[in-house]
Design a protein around this ligand. Structure first.
Ligand code: ADP
Ligand code: 5GP
Length: 199
């Protein structure tokens, strides 16, 4: 199953994904490609695959991306190979922007899309500033983009307000657990039960 976590930059997507992955088995993270420069706190191949615009453009032409978008001035994309290889072993979780989430919705039947809503605009600003990873101009740009992004919440399957981190993480875990109980996701577990009734 493919889980998509989306929402404005700084709302807490990567923090929540890390928390949920620690608590839930079989949920692998899809490492995106980006042309953004690596932040000091990040690792190549773990947080992102860092590539040049030229390499990214070549991958777009070769149809390597399941979805891709320009976000806050940089290119980001989810490679098909990443989702396919990790998806063979279990569920995959994507941290992507609203434009990318829309593309996944259109291309991946059964994908579960979760929108993370910041508790209030001023708190989003505070989180982006305190994270200390983006220049003041980059923070401004991300806040400007957030205005339109928050209005898209109703396009997705679930919404989690990330106010208290522990509560939001618990809510996201609940969403994952519920989605894993849809009939399609339960099919393998149900097969022997159904066989027992066929005797
Ligand atoms: P995103 O991945 O959506 O851009 P991050 O996960 O990097 O956002 O979170 C942005 C900043 O806000 C980080 O410094 C993170 O530690 C902090 N943060 C995330 N969730 C909360 C929360 N519920 N309360 C306070 N700070 C939070
Ligand atoms: P950051 O630069 O803060 O890591 O990420 C900026 C934004 O890009 C975030 O909203 C994040 O979700 C989004 N993003 C990260 N990877 C991808 C991706 O592969 N595709 C798309 N469409 N957005 C991505």
């Amino acid at each position: 199953m493919v889980f998509v976590i989306t929402g404005p930059s700084g709302c807490g997507k990567s923090t929540l994904i890390k928390r949920v992955r620690r608590a839930v088995r079989g949920l692998d993270f899809s490492v995106s490609h980006t042309t953004r420069a690596r932040r000091p706190s990040e690792k190549d191949g773990v947080d992102y695959h860092y590539v040049s615009e030229r390499v990214f453009a070549r991958m777009v032409r070769a149809r390597k991306f399941l979805e891709h978008a320009r976000v806050h001035g940089h290119l980001y994309g989810t490679s098909r190979a990443e989702v396919e290889s990790k998806g063979r072993r279990g569920d995959v979780i994507l941290d992507i922007d609203v434009q990318g989430a829309r593309q996944v919705r259109a291309r991946v039947p059964g994908a579960v899309l979760v929108f993370i809503m910041p508790p209030v605009a001023a708190e989003l600003r505070r989180r982006l500033r305190n994270r200390g990873e983006d220049s003041p101009e980059a923070v401004k740009r991300r806040l400007r983009n957030a205005r339109a992004e928050v209005r898209a919440y109703a396009e997705f399957d679930y919404v989690v307000v990330n106010d208290d981190l522990a509560r939001a993480a618990a809510e996201l875990k609940t969403v994952v657990a519920a989605a894993r109980h849809n009939p399609e996701a339960m099919a393998a577990e149900l097969r022997p039960i159904l066989r027992s009734f066929a005797k």
